[in-house]
Design a protein around this ligand. Structure first.
Ligand SMILES: [Zn+2]
Length: 211
């Protein structure tokens, strides 16, 4: 695949903010800038990339808390997640106080995303899948030709997203994973919001939550 990826761990929750860009044009996107905006900006400079868009998978503070500040600094739009996460994005400052993380601004996306839409990252198409459960408006981004996806907090190596937060729904999460993600090919590689990347084949075989 023509895309390059750099992961920046942000916030005390060690969230994987992803920089994804086209190696030829340098153009790309930042996914889930949850905080530590200066660290993300330094990584953008190191990568030598040109950020066109900020995409959000969902409205939790460790994924969205730095989006407004970064969007302002770069002059780029914030796109996603599904509008069902609006209450979470509106309440980011309160979430930040509850979790003891300073300086998080509410986010008003320039555009919401819906199931089946296609977004552009570095010149390649990524399909939007709505995978509710961890949050009601959680979306994931998949590039079918490249067998590559960005899954946020839906599916992890040997685990799944937590559903004990407000708006969580475990049954909805497992249904979304089984109906929308597990049909992807064995060698489909995905990066997630926390921890290491994995493949659909590994999770289908080993993940105890989806057997
Ligand atoms: Zn989350």
């Amino acid at each position: 695949m023509a895309l390059k990826i750099s992961i920046v761990q942000v916030t005390p929750f060690q969230q994987n903010c992803a920089l994804i860009w086209n190696g030829e044009t340098g153009k790309g996107a930042v996914i889930d800038p949850g905080g530590d905006v200066e660290k993300i900006q330094a990584a953008i400079t190191t990568a030598g990339m040109k950020v066109e868009t900020i995409f959000l998978t969902h409205g939790h503070l460790d994924h969205a808390g730095g989006a407004s500040e970064l969007a302002k600094a770069l002059g780029v739009p914030i796109i996603g997640p599904d509008i069902a996460d609006k209450p979470l994005l509106d309440s980011l400052p309160e979430q930040a106080i509850r979790f003891g993380v300073p300086d998080m601004q509410a986010v008003t996306p320039d555009q919401w995303l819906t199931e089946g839409e296609t977004i552009d990252i570095g010149g390649l198409p990524f399909e939007v899948l709505h995978c509710p459960g961890h949050t009601p408006g959680h979306v994931v981004f998949i590039n079918r030709d490249g067998n590559f996806g960005i899954f946020g907090d839906v599916l992890f190596q040997n685990s799944v997203g937590r559903t004990d937060f407000p708006y969580g729904d475990h049954d909805a999460l497992i249904t979304a994973i089984k109906e929308k993600l597990l049909p992807l090919p064995d060698d489909f590689l995905f990066i997630c919001g926390h921890g290491t990347h994995s493949t659909i084949g590994e999770e289908r075989k080993n993940n105890p939550f989806i057997q």
